[in-house]
Ligand binder design. Sequence first.
Ligand code: ADP
Length: 255
Amino acid sequence: MKMIAMDGSNISFFKEGLRLDGRRADEFRPLKIEVGVLARADGSCYVEMGGNKVIAAVYGPREVHPRHLQEATRAIVRYRYNMASFSVEERKRPGPDRRSYELSKVSREALEPVIFTSYYPRSVIDVFVEVLQADAGTRTAGINAASVALADAGIPMKSMISACAAGKVADTIVLDPMKEEDNFGQADMPIAMTPTGQITLLQMDGHLTKDEFQRAMELAIKGCRDIYEIQRKSLIEKYNQLGSELAVVQEAEVL
Ligand code: ADP
């Protein structure tokens, strides 16, 4: 095991072809999705993506306050990304900062294109994403959670949105970089997309050649497609479970 220099220059990102956490280059971290975890929200979702733990809550469509934000022909979407002060190694100063404003904006823009906002003029759909534990990739974990929470809230959507990052470490293109890879790697490229391939978020930190960009895109798209299947399954699971509970209640009423 090499020592890690402050700039990450001596870090060994691979051991016998595998990454620091034992993954292959094209694997994302274990993903767990739980739907409907908050009683008071209209829709909610808890996501664990490797070391990331995030919770999304959706409220609405509901009345807009302050009123001057109302749009006559559509609902507005508000997205608040917030990192808990205990979510990172050294206490994060609580409250909004430049990074959380940016992540809230790009995450909203990643989800808005699939929401039928014209169905709900003069209203607001509020999405809150709380990061409880961060390990790089919190924006993508947040978008995945928010997308499921919107569906759980019954908000009409053209499709789900799935998000995943690809990165470059030790000249290798990898899927879903974790903290060490994100901090000391050569590039990080989060994307979000619909299952049919419409990209709604594309950001990049670092440097990639044209060919590397192409490969990173392909890997991230494959990651999003796999994540979509897990999102879908988690929603079906919840509603199957509700269906069976309802059937039991109906049976009891008949007897
Ligand atoms: P993302 O979490 O979407 O990858 P960044 O690339 O900005 O977003 O952040 C990468 C990681 O760096 C975060 O997931 C988190 O682990 C860490 N990080 C971000 N902001 C802070 C902070 N203020 N204090 C400590 N760690 C942070």
